[in-house]
Structures are given as structure tokens and as C-alpha cells.
Design a protein around this ligand. Structure first.
Ligand code: ITT
Length: 193
């Protein structure tokens, strides 16, 4: 089964490709010749995920899926949350965003946080969503060079390493994205039987 993943984030694409079970081929926006930005105008992860999937499905006239992810940190009222991609400003880099989190978390004793991913599968004008959450803690400094985004400052519960110290296969043992994708893949298996 071939399915289009509506994301302009190449790191997400790589992770989802690595999580896809045999029989599923993930098609990128580049492969279908789509250029430009996906809209992301809402205040919740669920709505932004739906917005991206619906937009691309309408543009391409085919079923597709998108995801929205946020890092939710308890000690700073759930920030960066839905603003994870642009926490330090519209054109902020991963480094800028990580710096802002580390700065805001300076001196905070409660380091609890979670990553939440919501995948939306949009097909024939209807949709279904799948959520993956991974609980963990925010470090006091960057550790590790792998991955992307907030990976160097997030240690998932059950590990002593940050996501950025893990290989892709190791990250997949804990990953919020993998959890939501597994639910989605099961759904696709059920509807294609
Ligand atoms: P698309 O909307 O095109 O999919 P995006 O990068 O804008 O790509 P989001 O709106 O979901 O995606 O932004 C979430 C941000 O959260 C992302 O830019 C990263 O900085 C961060 N992020 C998401 N998943 C992450 C992960 O697995 N590890 C670390 N940081 C992550």
C-alpha cells in the first residue's frame, strides 16, 4: 500500500519510513511534486494535524496523512506545546528553540515533560486520528548529536539517554511518533484486509 505523508520535515519522514511495517510505502511531498508550506493555523495539536492532512488531501485528490507534534513541559505551563516548531519565533532554528527551553527551565526542579504526536488520516472527506504520547524529563543541558528538534534535551521514562543519544531503532522503542504510527498502521491493515 502506498500512502502520502504530508510533512515538510525530513526528519519526521525518515522516522516514519523506519517505522512503517512491510507492505507500506511512505510517499513524500517531494515525490508527488508538492512544493510550499502546509497550513498550521490552530491552537491545538489535533486541529493542526487535521488541517495539514485535509489541505494536502484536497490539493492532491487522494488519501494522505499528516502529523503534528508538541513538547509539553509541566513547569512552564505546557510550553512550547502547539508552538514547538516556532517557540523562539517564526523562523527559529532547532537550536534557538532548545535554547529558549533551557533558559526558561533554568532552576526549575520539576523537569517532567511529554511529547505528543497526533496523526490524522484523511480519506474521502472523512478523517481518523491516532495519538502517541511519551512521558519523560528535560535535561539541564544538551546531550547527544542524533535526531532533531528537542531530542538533545529529552530523556524518555525508562531510559538514561536522551533521544539524541539513541539510534533511530532505539528511539523507536520509546518514540511518541512510533506509537501513533503503530496505531495508524494497524488501522490501515484492518481496512485493507
Ligand atoms: P510539518 O508540519 O511539515 O510536519 P514541522 O517541523 O513544522 O513539520 P510540527 O509543526 O509538528 O512539525 O513541529 C513540531 C516541532 O517539534 C518540530 O519542528 C521539532 O522542533 C519538534 N519535534 C517534533 N517531533 C520531535 C521529535 O521526535 N524529537 C524532537 N523534537 C521534535
Amino acid at each position: 500500500m502506498k500512502i502520502i505523508f504530508a510533512t515538510s520535515n525530513q526528519h519526521k519522514l525518515k522516522e516514519v519510513k523506519s517505522a512503517a511495517p512491510a507492505g507500506f510505502e511512505i510517499i513524500s511531498l517531494k515525490e508527488i511534486g508538492f512544493e510550499g508550506d502546509l497550513p498550521e493555523t490552530h491552537e491545538t495539536i489535533e486541529e493542526n494535524s487535521l488541517e495539514k492532512a485535509e489541505y494536502l488531501s484536497n490539493q492532491s485528490n487522494t488519501a494522505c496523512f499528516a502529523e503534528d507534534t508538541g513538547l509539553i513541559i509541566d513547569a512552564i505551563n505546557g510550553e512550547p506545546g502547539v508552538y514547538s516548531a516556532r517557540y523562539a519565533g517564526e523562523n527559529a532554528s532547532f537550536d534557538d528553540n532548545v535554547n529558549k527551553v533551557l533558559q526558561k527551565m533554568e532552576g526549575k526542579g520539576n523537569r517532567k515533560a511529554r511529547f505528543k504526536t497526533v496523526i490524522t488520516y484523511y480519506s474521502y472527506k472523512s478523517f481518523v486520528q491516532f495519538e502517541g504520547v511519551t512521558e519523560g524529563a528535560i535535561t539541564t543541558e544538551r546531550i547527544g548529536d542524533n535526531g532533531f528538534g528537542y531530542d538533545p534535551i529529552f530523556i524518555p521514562d525508562g531510559s538514561t539517554k536522551t533521544y539524541a543519544q539513541m539510534t533511530l531503532d532505539e528511539k523507536n522503542l520509546f518514540s511518541h511518533r512510533k506509537k501513533s504510527f503503530d496505531l495508524f498502521a494497524n488501522h490501515l491493515k484492518l481496512i485493507t484486509v
